[in-house]
Unconditional design. Structure first.
Length: 289
């Protein structure tokens, strides 16, 4: 197979790989945050990712401008990751993965501010579906744990990731990918490092679980995945990218089951299904990408 169709399948496969790598991080981070404070984990993760990104970055005429635009986008990116990591100290990997998926349904609403494109009725319906989905997913019948502050932090992370996807869709096709990547990673490192200094008591144990989680999340699930997203999303479009990323909670739940034996029952499956349905309603509806 060759030509545009083959390229389309290649782009889809690359974004699915990104989603799988992201899905694998929920369990890794959940295990690690018992031995490292969450904001320090994010700071070290993105510091390593920034160093790895230097291997991909070559200066171009657009590098400096791309770096300057990437830095404020990185503040959004860093805030979202910090919220997700803090959330994982209290919620389960499966719930974190499905709540994070709310970002997909929120992308069109951020698009009103970023691209001036108003969401249609399918996007509004999708957002309405997420409300009972969240309630069922986080009910005591879902996994025995009621709604807690970890779930609230994860909702905040979903809002941040939605804005990040919208911003990438706005700027990635016009700028230099290496500069945009490095600007985001450096800004995230600085934000997390400063936050760890002032908002928590930093602690870390250099156990195999922490080192493994840092290597997985920094190099594979941050530098590599962000690089792929910056390269592929302009060709695929923001909404289709978000649809492919909707598989992330499925991968997250799968890894949580395989590694931790965690599973959803009854209300939890219904809630997760409603969230995925919301994603599909939002992203399979006709409209701009």
């Amino acid at each position: 197979m060759s030509g545009p169709r083959a390229a389309g399948w290649t782009d889809t496969g690359l974004l699915l790989l990104v989603s799988l790598l992201w899905g694998s991080t929920f369990v890794a981070v959940k295990v690690a945050v018992s031995e490292v404070s969450p904001l320090l984990f994010v700071a070290v993760r993105f510091a390593i990712a920034s160093l790895a990104a230097l291997l991909l970055c070559r200066r171009t005429p657009l590098f400096a401008r791309s770096f300057r635009i990437g830095a404020p986008i990185g503040l959004v990116y860093g805030a979202a990751y910090a919220a997700q990591t803090i959330g994982l100290t209290a919620t389960t990997p499966s719930r974190s993965a499905f709540i994070t998926a709310l970002s997909v349904a929120l992308v069109p609403f951020w698009g009103v501010l970023v691209t001036r494109i108003r969401p249609g009725w399918p996007q509004v319906l999708a957002l309405l579906l997420t409300i009972p989905g969240l309630w069922l997913l986080s009910s005591p019948g879902a996994d025995g744990t009621p709604w807690n502050h970890g779930d609230s932090w994860t909702v905040a992370c979903a809002v941040g990731f939605a804005l990040h996807i919208a911003l990438i869709g706005r700027f990635a096709g016009q700028l230099d990918a290496p500069g945009l990547l490095l600007g985001q990673l450096v800004a995230t490192t600085a934000l997390a490092g400063a936050s760890a200094t002032f908002l928590e008591v930093p602690r870390i144990t250099w156990s195999p679980a922490v080192v493994g989680a840092l290597l997985l999340t920094s190099i594979l699930a941050t530098t590599v995945t962000t690089w792929v997203q910056l390269k592929v999303q302009p060709r695929v479009g923001s909404n289709r990218t978000a649809l492919i990323f909707a598989t992330e909670p499925v991968f997250g739940a799968l890894f949580a089951y395989l590694v931790l034996g965690e599973h959803l029952t009854g209300a939890g499956f219904i809630g997760a299904g409603l969230i995925l349905a919301a994603v599909l309603v939002s992203e399979l509806s006709p409209g701009p990408n």
